[in-house]
Design a protein around this ligand. Structure first.
Ligand code: VGL
Ligand code: ZN
Length: 193
């Protein structure tokens, strides 16, 4: 890591906070719980306060699968069923203090299509551009899946990306996946804060 890593970057006009998949199923007690995933909640609450204070937009994204989603093991996919739309497991954790005006972005809603990236489904990119957003502060779960894909796509779409390294945790199907994902995101141009 460079000397500038982990230095807090203050949000300013043109920035948006993107909170990736802080849903019960990815947290303690959930069907696809990410190790130490709960630790990101207070860190993200601090970022939410910073963005609210500055009057800047906050997006909360969610995995929002049908009950027969192709990523589920009983459908031949790699994962246990998780984040089925409308279930308790798909709800944002109540410990996350989301403001009432937070934008909610749902993804991977079609049975036959996986979508780790928030830019793959719906109109997130155009919406952000229309709001004049140029830089994204990204944290959440999981480092090696939805965070990684969202950050890499965000950079490809022309946004600057600040990766909130204290506010992400990895699934680690293979040991080291989290660190590899962080290296990949930084190599692609993400700054670490
Ligand atoms: C995710 C695995 C399966 C994620 C979603 O949000 O990172 N990971 N579905
Ligand atoms: Zn999923």
């Amino acid at each position: 890591m460079s000397d500038s890593a982990n230095k807090t970057i203050e949000p300013e006009a043109g920035d948006a906070l993107i909170i990736v998949d802080l849903q019960n199923d990815f947290l303690t007690g959930g069907s696809l719980a990410v190790s130490d995933g709960d630790e990101v909640i207070p860190v993200l609450n601090t970022w939410i306060r910073r963005f609210r204070k500055a009057g800047l937009p906050i997006f909360a994204t969610r995995d929002w699968h049908p009950a027969d989603h192709c990523s589920f093991r009983d459908q031949g996919g790699p994962w246990p069923p998780h984040c089925v739309a409308g279930t308790k497991g798909a709800e944002f954790t109540s410990e996350l203090v989301l403001p009432p005006d937070a934008y909610v972005h749902s993804k991977a809603m079609r049975p036959e299509k996986e979508a780790y990236s928030d830019f793959e489904d719906g109109d997130l990119g155009p919406k952000l551009r229309q709001m004049g957003i140029a830089r994204l502060f990204v944290g959440g779960l999981a480092t090696d899946y939805c965070v990684r894909a969202t950050v890499l796509d965000g950079l490809k779409e022309g946004f600057q990306v600040v990766l909130l390294v204290d506010a992400i945790r990895a699934v680690e199907v293979e040991p080291g996946d989290g660190d590899r994902a962080i290296a990949e995101m930084r190599d692609a141009g993400a700054l670490a804060a």
